[in-house]
Design a protein around this ligand. Structure first.
Ligand SMILES: NC(=O)c1ccc[n+]([C@@H]2O[C@H](COP(=O)([O-])OP(=O)(O)OC[C@H]3O[C@@H](n4cnc5c(N)ncnc54)[C@H](OP(=O)(O)O)[C@@H]3O)[C@@H](O)[C@H]2O)c1
Length: 438
């Protein structure tokens, strides 16, 4: 057994505590794989006096991240603190002072991942981040290693467990969005402030990281068209089901035939027999289409102490094996030219089919005017249902739901703007994209 490998643990919350537990419980098999022992040199937290799991060694707690990261007996910094500013400063300091880094921080990677990877490469250090996307699912390894010889055409993911849980409960229990969200919060899935989850921001961070690996380009979160799941209501679920679809929170990255990238996060109707339609509750999944390998699906737990710790410690094992072998930084960062312009298809140019739900007034000729508006913007209707309200109302005549043929998004939006501005509709029309390939 070689010289012990010194680890600085930055953060000891859900994931950090999970890492300590995993290291304690699997120590023997992990050290056998590495051929050396792992030693925690210090643990950075914001409040050392907080009550913690008894397995957290309180003598190692500190608030002085800089001193710990700089210390000479640290070989590897494990950042599971979260946030961008302070975590970023500590990760940069680690790389500048010759320490390898493992991080679970998708927000940091989305913002600074390319610069941090370049710094790691320049310093001959490893930067690993398997836990940052889809928790326990080894999708980073799959893209970085398993499929590195193929050309990825598309990645479709369910990468936010909270959103998937909410939409799954809306469907299975017939809950409204707000009720399902409250349930997700009391089950411990959703944060007190769920904006990043249900608004799509968290999924966009993860998609940014995946798209860089898949396409080797410097994708940024600003390139991603983002829509949250809060636009989905129970009636949309019910109508989708009548048409043979489910509504899923998707993150999509694809390379179009003209070379541009299509990058988006939004709820989508997917056919009930599609691969991603079967991913329920808080599960995550990523469906990758490679040019030669074809489609492949990975699914599993996307969050939680145990699954996330598995990915963090798998990275620790990789880095430690590299250290023992004297061969760190073997793998390229993924992004070929950080300064090359990324060509992204504007969302208005997307060609897709759509689910459109309108609530219209009881007036003569409404249906003709609505379909006329759609037709005049080159949107043709594939299927339609009309439902009268259960309780008689003088105002609302019906809910009209259309599934369109493929249309250009900006054409559809123009038609909807025109229709919504008329006296025919009672409330804003809801549009949800349909995704057939997932
Ligand atoms: N939770 C998951 O399932 C999951 C899954 C995948 C990835 N991740 C990522 O893993 C990271 C950690 O998530 P988590 O759920 O473990 O978070 P968490 O439970 O909130 O823990 C954060 C830890 O960092 C410490 N900390 C926060 N800000 C600090 C600061 N400014 N200075 C010093 N210490 C600070 C906290 O100290 P105190 O203990 O004193 O409060 C706490 O120990 C995030 O990047 C997250 O996105 C989480």
């Amino acid at each position: 057994v070689g010289k012990p490998i010194g680890i600085a643990l930055i953060g000891c919350g859900v994931v950090g505590t999970g890492v300590l537990r995993l290291l304690a419980e699997h120590r023997e098999s992990i050290e056998a794989r590495i051929g050396s022992s792992l030693e925690i040199r210090g643990i950075v937290v914001s409040d050392p006096s907080r009550e913690r799991d008894p397995l957290v060694p309180s003598a190692l707690l500190t608030t002085d991240g800089e001193a710990l990261v700089r210390s000479h007996d640290v070989d590897l910094v494990v950042e599971v603190m979260g946030g961008v500013a302070r975590a970023g400063a500590l990760v940069r300091l680690a790389l500048e002072t010759g320490k390898h880094v493992v991080t679970a921080n998708k927000a940091l990677l989305a913002e600074e991942g390319v610069a941090l990877s370049a710094l790691a490469e320049q310093k001959g250090l490893d930067l690993y981040y398997e836990a940052a996307v889809a928790g326990g699912i080894p999708i980073i390894r799959v893209l970085r290693e398993g499929l590195s010889s193929d050309r990825v055409r598309a990645v479709y993911g369910i990468v936010n467990g909270t959103s998937n849980y909410i939409l799954s409960r809306m469907r299975s229990a017939g809950l409204e969005f707000a009720v399902a969200l409250a349930e997700a919060q009391s089950a411990g899935y959703a944060e007190a402030d769920p904006t990043l989850d249900v608004g799509g921001g968290d999924a966009a961070h993860k998609l940014t990281v995946l798209a860089r690996l898949a396409f080797g380009q410097h994708v940024r979160t600003e390139h991603v068209a983002i829509e949250g799941i809060d636009r989905v209501s129970r009636v949309d679920m019910q109508f989708a089901e009548r048409f043979g679809y489910e509504i899923k929170p998707l993150a999509i990255a694809q390379r179009l035939t003209d070379g541009r990238l299509d990058l988006r996060v939004h709820p989508a109707l997917v056919q009930q027999d599609a691969a991603l339609a079967g991913i329920h509750g808080a599960l995550n999944a990523v469906y990758v289409h490679g040019e030669l390998v074809g489609p492949s699906l990975l699914s599993g737990l996307g969050a939680g102490a145990g699954p996330t710790a598995v990915s963090v410690v798998a990275d620790v094992v990789d880095v430690a094996q590299n250290l023992v072998a004297g061969a760190p930084a073997r793998r390229a960062a993924g992004v070929r030219d950080a300064n090359a312009k990324v060509s992204v298809q504007p969302i208005g140019e997307l060609v897709s089919s759509y689910y459109v739900r309108m609530t219209v007034r009881d007036r003569p000729g409404v249906l003709a005017r609505v379909t006329g508006s759609l037709a005049s913007h080159a949107v043709s209707v594939e299927q339609m249902v009309q439902q009268r309200p259960e309780t008689a109302s003088s105002e609302v005549a019906a809910t009209l739901v259309f599934l369109t043929h493929e249309a250009r998004e900006q054409d559809l939006r123009a038609a909807i703007t025109e229709i919504d501005a008329s006296q025919d509709v009672v409330s804003p029309t809801n549009v949800i994209r349909i995704v057939d390939q997932a």
